[in-house]
Design a protein around this ligand. Structure first.
Ligand SMILES: Nc1nc2c(ncn2[C@@H]2O[C@H](COP(=O)(O)OP(=O)(O)OP(=O)(O)O)[C@@H](O)[C@H]2O)c(=O)[nH]1
Ligand SMILES: [Mg+2]
Length: 246
C-alpha cells in the first residue's frame, strides 16, 4: 500500500467526521471519489468544505450550494465561513466532542483551513508521537479536535494537466508546461483574455501574445512559450487570476 493510503486510512479510522476540502474554482475536479467511498464504507460522516471562495465565481458557487450536501463554503485566507463550519461540525457530532479528519488533494488549503479554524498557525502545533508520520493533531476548541494530513491524489490518476489546473502539481514541476497551459487556456479563454488584457482569439496565439506582454522572450525576440506557460500557471495557482466574471 502506498504511504499516502496509509495516512488516509489512519485519518479515517481516527475520525468521526471527515472534511473533504475542495477548491472553489474547480469543485468537481478536486473531488476524490476514492476517498469519499472509503469514508462512506467506514461509516463515517463526510462534510464537503469548499475553500478559496474568494477566488471563485459566486454564480457557480450558488449552483453547488444547492446540490452538494452537506457542504460549507469558506475562504481560509479571509477567514470567512469558519463560524458556520464549526457550527456544522457540532451539528454533525450532535454537540459532542469529536475528531475531524481533513483530507483532499494537495494544496487545496487543508492546513490553511485548520489555521483559520483554530485561530493560530498549525505549524506551531507539533506532530504527536503515536501518530502516523505526516498527520498532525490540532485542537480547535474544547469539543473539536482536527487531524491534518498530507494531500492525496487518486491512486491511479496521472493527469498532469488536471493536477496543474487544481494546483495539486506545482507549475515548476510540470513536464509538459506548454501542453498543459494550452489545455488550460482552451477551457478558460475569456477569463485569461480579460485578466491579461489579450486580443488574440486562438489559444496558441494567446500564449504567444502573453509571452510578449510578460517579456518572456528568447534570442531573436522569439516568444519563450515554455517559460510563459509556467508563468501563466503560476499566476493561476497562486490565486492571482480569479474566476469571477463581472
Ligand atoms: N486565495 C486563497 N488562497 C488560499 C486559501 N486557502 C489556502 N490558500 C493558499 O493555498 C495554498 C495551499 O494552502 P495549504 O493550506 O498549504 O494547502 P494544503 O491543502 O494544506 O496543502 P498540502 O499540505 O501540500 O496538501 C497556499 O498558498 C495558501 O495561501 C483561500 O481561502 N484563498
Ligand atoms: Mg497541508
Amino acid at each position: 500500500m502506498p504511504s499516502f493510503w496509509r495516512h488516509v486510512k489512519s485519518v479515517i479510522q481516527q475520525s468521526k467526521i471527515i472534511i473533504e476540502v475542495l477548491d472553489a474554482r474547480n469543485i468537481e475536479e478536486s473531488r476524490n471519489k476514492e476517498i469519499e467511498d472509503k469514508v462512506r464504507s467506514a461509516g463515517k460522516k463526510l462534510l464537503f468544505v469548499i475553500n478559496k471562495c474568494d477566488l471563485a465565481d459566486p454564480k457557480e458557487l450558488n449552483r453547488y450550494k444547492k446540490n452538494l450536501k452537506p457542504s460549507v463554503f469558506i475562504s481560509s485566507k479571509n477567514k470567512l465561513g469558519t463560524t458556520i463550519l464549526k457550527k456544522k461540525i457540532l451539528e454533525l457530532s450532535k454537540g459532542k466532542e469529536t475528531v475531524v479528519g481533513v483530507l483532499g488533494y494537495p494544496n487545496v488549503g487543508k492546513s490553511s483551513l485548520i489555521n483559520a479554524l483554530s485561530g493560530r498557525g498549525a505549524a506551531k502545533t507539533s506532530s504527536r508521537s503515536g501518530f502516523t508520520r505526516g498527520i498532525q493533531k490540532i485542537r480547535v476548541d474544547n469539543r473539536i479536535m482536527i487531524l491534518d494530513a498530507p494531500g492525496v491524489l487518486p491512486y491511479k490518476e496521472k493527469d498532469e494537466s488536471k493536477h496543474a489546473k487544481i494546483s495539486a502539481l506545482d507549475y515548476s514541476q510540470l513536464k509538459h508546461p506548454e501542453e498543459t497551459a494550452l489545455l488550460f487556456i482552451e477551457d478558460n479563454k475569456e477569463m485569461i483574455r480579460t485578466h491579461y488584457n489579450l486580443e488574440s482569439e486562438d489559444g496558441d496565439a494567446m500564449l504567444e501574445e502573453l509571452a510578449f506582454k510578460l517579456k518572456r522572450l528568447l534570442k531573436g525576440n522569439k516568444p519563450d512559450l515554455e517559460s510563459t506557460s509556467r508563468a501563466l500557471l503560476k499566476d493561476w495557482q497562486s490565486g492571482k487570476i480569479k474566476r469571477q466574471v463581472n
